[in-house]
Design a binder for this molecule. Structure first.
Ligand SMILES: [Zn+2]
Length: 439
């Protein structure tokens, strides 16, 4: 049934008009058909949903995350504190991913995606790793995302770090998913690679050849996150990570690169000229102390925004990212516009990779919308919406995907949120014990 949402404050960051004080949105078959200023004349077969002055934003995108780390919050720290990037990976994340089994993976996906939905994130680019349970893991992710109404990009991080057989299993899982979901509007399969420094030249060549059968499919990879990755390419005889990936034809406009902190000016040119998609993850970078992404590079390459598994909330990532950068700047220097990464670059990247427009409030776009019962202490206007986004908004009250409410008045619809969290608490205890047993 067609619906018209009425009495809305419509906020469309970086679009024109950016703000409509009293608006309506018409939905036909799960898509936005039109929007405008009140009043609106309803067609006979249409249902009006009065949104009582709520503020509406387009559903947000997380352009790089790891749902497999959902159950990491509060887990016991490693026995010896890691002192460099590789040790952080080895003692924390590569033990966590090896300890995952089918049950803890399912619960990680459910609890992780529920947290996304609750903060208004409706499109997620995931980078998955579970070496002990690979086959079927991406299909499981696609199934859970579909149940929750979330658009998902899948990728299994292939790597040599767990041996040749494990690399082949990861590659096969990617290829199966690429085959199965290539024409699915809500699942965008990508070929995942962990990072250049855990992949041999032979493995990169294998990936390159595998992609011959899928010319439209992109890779999703960590790029020069830490200086370690850059040094590794040097030791293998390449000038940089980007130069190494170029040798294997792995720099393309449909690829997704997370971080890109330790790249050279030549690399920035290569990435710019290839129209590659990059993702900035400021809270993760701060947490891992890998350095701060150059602000000029960030703006030049039109980076998107991700959370790298640190949190679900993208508005919080934007606010914290801006503050982390500010803390490294001198007075009078202009900061990077983090809301632009979230509300302009992310929808552009998501639309390009999924192959159709999404995460905008525009006619023809899926009705993925986030509603806030927002009572501000200062007037929200055409000029000052950015401050309200960064410092005013809390959790959304309602979240809609493809025209259906998935969260209504704070509660999930058709999803048992309490059961998911109860299962997650049980599974996390088991997971942490399994980690203890791994050396
Ligand atoms: Zn990552």
């Amino acid at each position: 049934m067609n619906k018209v949402l009425t009495h809305l404050r419509i906020l469309r960051p970086y679009s024109e008009p950016a703000f409509i004080e009293t608006g309506w949105i018409r939905l036909i078959d799960g898509r936005i058909a039109a929007f405008g200023e009140m009043p609106v004349l309803l067609e006979p077969e249409e249902t009006e949903i009065n949104m009582s002055g709520k503020l509406v934003l387009p559903g947000m995108v997380n352009a790089h995350t790891h749902l497999y780390s959902t159950l990491a919050m509060g887990m016991p720290p490693p026995s010896r504190a890691p002192v460099n990037f590789r040790q952080i990976l080895e003692s924390v994340w590569w033990r966590l991913d090896r300890a995952l089994d089918e049950d803890s993976i399912r619960v990680s996906f459910q609890a992780g995606l529920l947290a996304c939905l609750r903060t208004g994130v409706t499109t997620v680019f995931d980078h998955h790793s579970s070496p002990a349970w690979i086959k079927g893991s991406l299909t499981l992710l696609a199934d859970v995302a579909r149940e929750m109404g979330i658009k998902i990009s899948t990728a299994y991080e292939v790597s040599d770090r767990n041996g040749a057989e494990n690399f082949q299993q990861g590659l096969a899982e990617n290829l199966t998913t690429m085959e199965r979901y290539q024409n699915d509007p809500v699942v965008h399969p990508m070929l995942g690679l962990h990072a250049s420094f855990t992949l041999s030249d032979e493995s990169l060549e294998t990936v390159r050849r595998a992609l011959d059968d899928f010319p439209e499919t992109g890779i999703h990879i960590h790029l020069a996150e830490d200086i370690t990755d850059h040094h590794d390419s040097g030791e293998r005889g390449y000038q940089s990570v980007v130069q190494r990936l170029s040798e294997y034809d792995l720099i393309h406009s449909h690829n997704l690169y997370a971080h890109g902190i330790h790249i050279t000016p030549d690399d920035a040119d290569t990435l710019f000229n290839s129209n590659a998609n990059l993702v900035h993850n400021p809270t993760s970078n701060a947490n891992n102390r890998v350095g701060i992404l150059n602000g000029v590079t960030l703006e030049l390459l039109g980076y998107g925004l991700g959370t790298d598994g640190m949190q679900a909330n993208l508005l919080d990532e934007a606010r914290t990212g801006a503050l982390i950068r500010s803390s490294k700047m001198t007075q009078g220097q202009p900061n990077v516009d983090y809301l632009k990464l979230l509300f302009e670059n992310n929808p552009r990247i998501a639309s390009k990779l999924f192959g159709y427009n999404l995460n905008w409030i525009e006619p023809g776009v899926p009705a993925d919308l986030v509603f806030y019962d927002y009572q501000a202490r200062t007037e929200l206007s055409y000029e000052n919406w950015a401050a309200h986004l960064l410092y005013g908004l809390g959790q959304p009250d309602d979240v809609m995907t493809d025209g259906a409410f998935m969260i209504r008045n704070g509660d999930p619809v058709g999803i048992d949120g309490r059961e998911i969290l109860e299962n997650a608490r049980v599974a996390s205890g088991r997971l942490w014990q399994a980690m203890e047993k791994l050396k």
